[in-house]
Design a protein around this ligand. Structure first.
Ligand SMILES: NC(=O)c1ccc[n+]([C@@H]2O[C@H](COP(=O)([O-])OP(=O)(O)OC[C@H]3O[C@@H](n4cnc5c(N)ncnc54)[C@H](OP(=O)(O)O)[C@@H]3O)[C@@H](O)[C@H]2O)c1
Length: 273
């Protein structure tokens, strides 16, 4: 019997590529997004069904989960991919930007997981693959504290759930990638700014330079490598709880694991001060 994957945030980037790959592998795909009316790529696949889903809206999550189960009967794997970034000084962040960062990257997966648990328990199992970042296990840049917070929260949620879902054969996996090509992540960043406060300008300029030169410095990964890792987890070929992808994340993790936290923080800070 065909397996089915449910994916959030399939309007662009990693989510869209993941939906296409699973469809090409013969899986049924419940591809969810905030604006299905604009979708033209995924509609070309007979085994992809598109459902409207903003992960921050609990009632919409409930509806999308019910519709996907009604359409395919059984969901085997859920990929919590939808996410966005809020960068800039915490002091300058608007209140709703702080809440939104948590709402999408942490509360969103919570909403989706909670609505799938009755289905997974009834079926005797299932898998959640949560798309985090190496920013979910280590810090890497200044002015990324809110994004770090949201992905660290996702990591804590995933690790904590391991124990309560193990008795039901419900498996949890984390993907920790770095920047990749072919997505809207940089363009959709919410920047925390205040024209009247200039004290952070130097740090902001340095961070933006790192982000703007990432395209040409060769530090972005091929997203198909990340898709490969997601598929390997879904098929059981890989059983890794955490999959760190890309040179940047692996180098940072090697450093983080080899020195004391105080030395790690100083090493990263020196790149920007
Ligand atoms: N690109 C990177 O540098 C990078 C690095 C590490 C981790 N990640 C993570 O990888 C995942 C995929 O991002 P990407 O790189 O593919 O960037 P992307 O192209 O911006 O994709 C993000 C997706 O999330 C969706 N989304 C945003 N808010 C949503 C909401 N409230 N409800 C439902 N969907 C929502 C977006 O949909 P709309 O079109 O409706 O906005 C889009 O489909 C994210 O979790 C991101 O944090 C990215």
């Amino acid at each position: 019997m065909r397996k089915t994957v449910f994916i959030t945030g399939t309007s662009s980037g990693l989510g869209k590529l993941t939906a296409i790959r699973f469809a090409q592998l013969g899986w049924n795909v419940a591809a969810t997004m905030r604006t299905p009316e604009n979708e033209t790529d995924l509609t070309a696949y007979d085994n992809i069904k598109i459902f409207k889903l903003d992960v921050t809206k609990v009632e919409q999550v409930q509806m999308a989960v019910e519709q996907a189960i009604a359409a395919f009967g059984k969901i085997d794997v859920v990929v919590n991919n939808a996410g966005m970034g809020t960068y800039g000084p915490l002091e300058l962040a608007k209140e709703d930007a702080i809440d939104w960062q948590f709402a999408v990257n942490a509360r969103g997966p919570i909403n989706v997981i909670r609505k799938f648990l009755p289905h997974y328990r009834a079926n005797g199992g299932g898998m959640f693959i949560n798309i985090s970042s190496f920013m979910g296990i280590t810090t890497a840049v200044p002015l990324g504290s809110l994004y770090n917070m949201s992905k660290f929260a996702l990591e804590g949620l995933t690790e904590g759930l391991y124990y309560e879902l193990k008795p039901f054969n419900i498996e949890l996996r984390l993907i920790e990638q770095g920047g990749s090509t072919g997505n809207n992540f940089k363009e959709s960043i919410t920047w925390n700014r205040d024209e009247n406060i200039k004290d952070y300008d130097d740090l902001m300029a340095k961070l933006q330079n790192v982000m703007n030169t990432a395209d040409t410095s060769g530090s972005l990964d091929d997203p198909q490598i990340i898709v490969d890792a997601i598929v390997a987890l879904a098929t059981g070929e890989s059983k890794k709880f955490r999959t760190v992808i890309g040179a940047a994340g692996n180098d940072l993790m090697a450093l983080r694991n080899s020195v004391q936290i105080e030395d790690y923080l100083e090493t990263i800070a020196k790149n920007y001060m």
